[in-house]
Ligand binder design. Sequence first.
Ligand SMILES: [Zn+2]
Length: 79
Amino acid sequence: MTTWNDTPICFVTRASCPACGCCQYIAIRSMPRESDGSKTLRVVCRRCSGRFLIVSEPPEENFARLPEFGNSRCGTDIL
Ligand SMILES: [Zn+2]
């Protein structure tokens, strides 16, 4: 059994406001899951109060390989 100390890490880039580049926002509402498996979140930027949507997409269908231990990053496919 793994512990949190040796658990693989999946790195994700935080979404940023398309208007000002700020990556701090307030989540207003999470929308129901889309038919393609994606999730959409409505947010308001803390800096400029601009509204934008954050869409979280499911992994590629052909990306069945699990992240490996060490410095491998989930979502990058370096061969
Ligand atoms: Zn902004």
